[in-house]
Design a protein around this ligand. Sequence first.
Ligand code: ADP
Ligand code: LRH
Length: 485
Amino acid sequence: TAVKSYAAVDLGASSGRVMVGRMTPDSLELTEAHRFPNRPVRVPEGLRWDVLGLYAGVLDGLRAAGAAAGGRLDSVGIDSWAVDYGLLDADGALLGNPVHYRDARTEGVAEKVWATVPAPELYTATGLQYAPFNTLYQLTAAASSAQLAHARRLLLIPDLLAYWLTGEQGTELTNASTTQLIDPRTRDWSYDVAARLGIDLSLFAPLRQPGDPAGTLRAEVLEETGLAGPVTVTAVGSHDTASAVAAVPATGERFAYICTGTWSLAGLELDAPVLTEASRAANFTNELGLDGTVRYLRNIMGLWLLQECVRAWGDPDLGVLLREAAGVPALRSVVDAGDAAFLAPGRMPERIAEACRASGQPVPETRGEITRCILDSLALAHRRAVEDAQRLAGHPVDVVHVVGGGTRNALLCQLTADACGLPVVAGPTEAAALGNVLVQARAHGLVGDRHAMRRLLARTQPLTRYEPQGGTDRWREAEARLATR
Ligand code: ADP
Ligand code: LRH
């Protein structure tokens, strides 16, 4: 059988990569064609994404992907982090650099929104957890800006890149579900919420589904990348977390997943949203996945906590830090890794130390101690999310699948197994890229349904199993030290 080549553009908050998936109906091999840093830029008006730099990285990556695949790509798919967007004017030109979701402009905005649509009502209508950066709050924060006044179109980040590559506009559904403007029951716009908050839904291009055609690479793009045309762009689960969950190599239904990278996204795949008051109080979100599924999960600060410490310490070697952390006694101090207080950049070692002091625990001092505190705290937050999700959704699990960059952190995987009291199956590391590739392959008839996709992953990808050790009592005790639950 002929080998097909699919390029996956996957932009995470810390790095962008273009990967090539080489596939037959029974085999799947992923290689990295190009990786580039994603470094947000602080300008006087706030924190911005360098989206032109990212687009240049995508073009370099497509050239490298073409070279890796013998000059021919069968299709290209794009996914990225959620919620953020670019605005286009009436000529289709980008109006300014997209605002970073960690920018401070959304501070205090939610209260204004809730005065019009009370939080409980907003939750039943959209299923989204409260996060200050949901697109809904960002648009409310921007309501009286000159930029929004001049905007005729809003494209979420992967849709913006797809537009530049193809000239065609659309709004892919999985990522649209992170705007807080989609009703998870109808999987269509929440017209009532938008109308009450004065948000003009005609700013958005028509919805498209993962697997839909999304245009072909423009002639100029072919020329710049050296690719032989025509090259189709296929809509994938363009929210990186949707793509990552699609690539969880589960073989049954009783599993939880944790997508670990800059964030930890921990939860379940369900057939229907959970919109109860208890679920809202526990801050669980109902984002949309492939084939009518719901990604029922909680956002946990994730390895962002460590990334920011590493940045503050002048980029020491991660391997050395993790070895130091492994030598520090377990669970001396923990912080609430779900706390939005850790969202903004800067002073992370100090903020972690302050949180330990405030909750009456020993203050971690060395780099190894701080790293250990972060990993223990993440594992504890993973435990809470996996437990809460099972209880709130009435969906018990036997195994926790960990995917994403955090699978390279063996200590974190082991601590997560210990904290959850469940086996952890770690891998694949590049889950979002694999989910991206598989949805393209499925659209082109190479694999069957999402269960067949998962079976193929379980058969072809290297996975590591961690058995829980030491009982969960000490985790329950650590949990009790954190005031909020
Ligand atoms: P994102 O997609 O959000 O940018 P990734 O999934 O690429 O994030 O994960 C990045 C994280 O993976 C890093 O912050 C780091 O903590 C972890 N990581 C990457 N490489 C290693 C490694 N060699 N050892 C341990 N952890 C690693
Ligand atoms: C992870 C992610 C996550 C969102 C956040 C903004 O990259 O897409 O699912 O909540 O970024």
